[in-house]
Write a protein of this length. Structure first.
Length: 209
């Protein structure tokens, strides 16, 4: 399955906020949604089932952290952080057809994610972001320029407080495959305009949505 160059990570703090944002970003042209819920009191399974319905054939659904839930709802895949289930164990549970992404902050972590059999690397953070509480050291543009080389055998997705200008710089000066964005799109009054601008930078044109 193709790894999208523009990935959206949910930012809502309640179930209804998540449903609303997923509908809005899909309508704005996003074709890849990562369901991230950090509040342990929220019913992840129920929300995941509803989000899958919203994504349907319109967007890839990646579940953050919860391999068991991804398996139960037959999501398109999972994204795993450094402290989550091992990628190779997740592969055994989900099979070869599901997408598995792995978070990394260093070259060594990137190499490990590749060895473990991930389909893409979420490399970051680009800068500090309020959407994630525990962050590794910021990489900045220079970090991506230095780290993302042809030797990376799987797509690298930049993440962490990115704006349109950051995406333009990353595309011009590094070999990242794409970006994962949360708050910048979530807070935008005109989400479609933002998504179209990002797609034009990433793909060289505005793809039909």
């Amino acid at each position: 399955m193709k790894i999208s160059s523009l990935q959206y990570i949910t930012n809502g703090q309640t179930a209804d906020e998540i449903y609303k944002e997923v509908e809005e970003v899909i309508n704005a042209g996003v074709d890849w949604v990562q369901l991230r819920i950090k509040n342990p009191d929220m019913d992840f399974l129920t929300i995941a089932r509803r989000v899958k319905e919203l994504c349907n054939d319109k967007a890839v659904l990646i579940v953050n952290d919860k391999v068991d839930i991804a398996h139960r709802i037959d999501a398109d895949g999972v994204h795993l952080g450094q402290g989550d289930m091992n990628i190779s164990d997740a592969r055994k549970m989900l099979g070869s057809k599901r997408i598995i992404g792995g978070t990394a902050n260093t070259i060594e972590q990137c190499e490990q994610v590749i060895r473990d059999g991930a389909d893409y690397i979420g490399l970051g953070p680009f800068r500090f972001t309020k959407t994630k509480k525990e962050l590794s050291p910021e990489l900045g543009l220079e970090g991506y320029e230095l780290m993302v080389k042809d030797a990376m055998k799987i797509p690298v997705i930049a993440i962490g407080g990115l704006t349109t200008d950051d995406v333009r710089d990353l595309k011009a000066h590094s070999k990242v495959h794409g970006v994962a964005i949360s708050g910048f799109i979530f807070r935008a009054e005109n989400k479609r305009s933002v998504v179209e601008d990002l797609k034009e930078i990433l793909y060289g044109k505005v793809e039909n949505s």
